[in-house]
Design a protein. Structure first.
Ligand code: SF4
Ligand code: SF4
Lengths: 367, 182
């Protein structure tokens, strides 16, 4: 006798502990196996691009904090780089170093959040997450010294940063740089060799390099698939051409590679910060830019390697005090396009884990 | 070898078993904030404020409401504007500090606290009377003159309006010399 079966469609989200924010998936299952995934977006839409047209160039910095709220510094950096390109402003050297230090600290913090929540998805509830948040807390403390806030930082301004780092920032940063490698070793001891993690993550949710490139994926996911592409090397901005670092990349493009690339990236970021601290020299941190920046008519596209991928801002100026148009190319949104490719054919339990490795942030997806 | 990874993980667990907890029991224990911390309640010096409304104009959300009327006239400094209303709606504020950055007379500072929670939204609007009476512990955010003095709002004492400016206070001699008579 043959059993008659039919596919079942299940709704996951928008309020679901595994979906990293208000993200909704309509998933069709054949038994345990995923046969179709349809992402439903837009629950966190705030119209940031439109709001930017109403604000002066300096005020838009506060909006960029709220795109990818676990990596505000990178958003700040991408935006101010674009404004500087548009208006032809050159920031002083020290400001560029401070901005790179801040952005790299933010990358570590963002990858820590990824590691913690990914283990949460794997079923290791809360404890590893607390380990990761302990170090993230140290980074946030550093940001508090730097700019007075912990999450919505608004540290950078067109033409530099708003103020120099306080005296006590540098010793604290040194202490952090000394401690952090031990903590990364600790996570690796906990995760990298763990058989349970390996069984769940190795050779699961494979994304081929070809597919990744064709869907314009960027960031650690692309590098995990074996493509050596990092904007910090491919199109150096700020002072990235003055520091030495490696681009970690994976071979298979499975879940484990996507995790491992991020862990190694944290180590590389530490290296970059160390070199920046050595090279930075005293000097001004903000070039003479009026509060109301008035770039000439034109357009500019600026991009940075944010923790989640290529973050780009496209600004059009009509000569006024506010952008005429602001388009945000957010990495999370574009990385979501491979959802179907990496989820279909895998089981329900793998679906959550694989989805976690894309590391999306809804603030950025919906903007 | 199977089990090695688990053992390695357990070592980490044991190490953490020996460590002190890193969490803080919040209302009883507190972590001190940095002097630059952008706190919730604003510090405002009426004596310094000219009512120019730069702060209101530069606020991305437009949540500072200022109403003034022309007050007395001083030979030295010209017309005064008396402040009738200076309301900050912190229910919508994002504590970006652009208003503080915009204030040309060092009259507005970020606060240093973070416990301004209220039960009703109306109470989140800081009216001018509360700003006048509030204890003056300004954050050093965007005020290098305070940072240079090593001021810490969490441990230091309240600052009067004479102590927070970026310029030296004029001497009696300077004050006698009237601009109008020159
Ligand atoms: S901190 Fe920012 S949002 Fe709040 S009143 Fe000042 S400028 Fe407006
Ligand atoms: S910018 Fe400063 S001086 Fe002007 S109204 Fe605001 S607080 Fe007063």
């Amino acid at each position: 006798m043959t059993l008659k079966t039919e596919p079942v469609t299940i709704n996951i989200g928008p309020q679901h502990p595994s979906t990293h924010g208000v993200f909704r998936m309509r998933v069709t299952f054949d038994g345990e196996v995923v046969v179709d995934v349809e992402p439903v977006l837009g629950y966190l839409h705030r119209g940031s691009e439109k709001l930017a047209e109403e604000r002066t160039y300096t005020q838009v910095v506060t909006l960029t904090d709220r795109l990818d709220y676990v990596a505000s510094m990178s958003n700040n950096l991408a935006y101010v780089l674009t404004v500087e390109k548009l208006a032809g402003i050159k920031p002083p050297d020290r400001a560029m170093y401070l901005r790179v230090i801040a952005a790299e600290l933010m990358r570590i913090a963002s990858h820590l959040v990824f590691t913690g929540f990914w283990l949460n998805d794997l079923g290791a509830l809360a404890t590893p997450l607390m380990y990761c948040f302990r170090e993230r807390e140290k980074i946030l403390d550093l940001f508090e010294m730097l700019c007075g806030a912990r999450i919505t930082l608004s540290y950078m301004r067109p033409g530099g940063v708003f103020q120099d780092a306080p005296e006590d920032f540098w010793p604290a940063l040194h202490r952090f740089l000394e401690e952090m490698p031990n903590y990364i070793d600790e996570y690796e001891g906990l995760i990298t060799g763990n058989e349970i993690v390996l069984v769940r993550a190795k050779n699961v949710g494979i994304l081929s390099a070809e597919k990744a490139v064709n869907s314009s994926i960027s960031g650690p996911i692309l590098r995990a698939s074996g493509v050596e592409w990092d904007l910090r090397k491919a199109d150096p901005y700020e002072i990235y051409d003055r520091v030495k670092f490696n681009i970690p990349f994976g071979g298979v493009g499975d879940n484990f590679d996507r995790y491992f690339v991020r862990v190694q990236e944290m180590r590389e970021s530490l290296k970059i910060i160390e070199q920046c601290v050595e090279q930075v020299e005293p000097g001004p941190v903000r070039s003479e830019v009026p509060f109301l920046v008035r770039p000439p008519k034109g357009e500019a596209y600026g991009r940075v390697e944010a923790p989640k991928g290529e973050l780009g801002f496209y600004l059009v100026s009509d000569g006024g005090i506010a952008p005429y148009r602001c388009k945000i190319r957010s990495p999370s949104f574009i990385n979501l396009t491979i959802l179907r490719d990496i989820l279909v054919g895998w089981k329900l339990a793998d679906m959550i884990v694989t989805f976690g490795t894309i590391d999306i942030n809804m603030g950025e997806v919906d903007r | 070898m199977y089990g090695l990874g688990i053992l390695q993980g357990l070592t980490v667990t044991f190490k953490n078993l020996m460590r002190k907890p890193f969490t803080i029991q919040y209302p009883e224990e507190r972590i001190p904030q940095h002097p630059r911390f952008r706190g919730e309640e604003f510090t405002w010096y009426e004596e310094r404020c000219t009512g120019c409304a730069s702060c209101a104009k530069y606020c991305p959300l437009g949540i500072i409401k200022i109403v003034t009327h022309p007050g007395k006239t001083n030979m030295q400094e010209g017309d005064y504007y008396a402040i009738d209303v200076f309301d900050i709606d912190i229910g919508r504020c994002m504590f970006c500090g652009l208003c503080v950055e915009a204030c040309p007379y060092d009259a507005l500072f970020m606060g240093s606290g973070f416990e301004e929670g209220q039960y009703r939204r109306q109470d989140l609007v800081i009216p001018v009377d509360r700003l006048r009476k509030a204890s003056k512990r300004p954050s050093t955010w965007f005020r290098p003159q305070l940072e240079d003095k090593g001021y810490n709002p969490h441990t230091g004492k309240e600052l009067s309006w004479r102590q927070v400016g970026r310029h030296q206070q004029p001497s009696q001699e300077d004050l006698k010399e009237k601009w109008a008579e020159r």
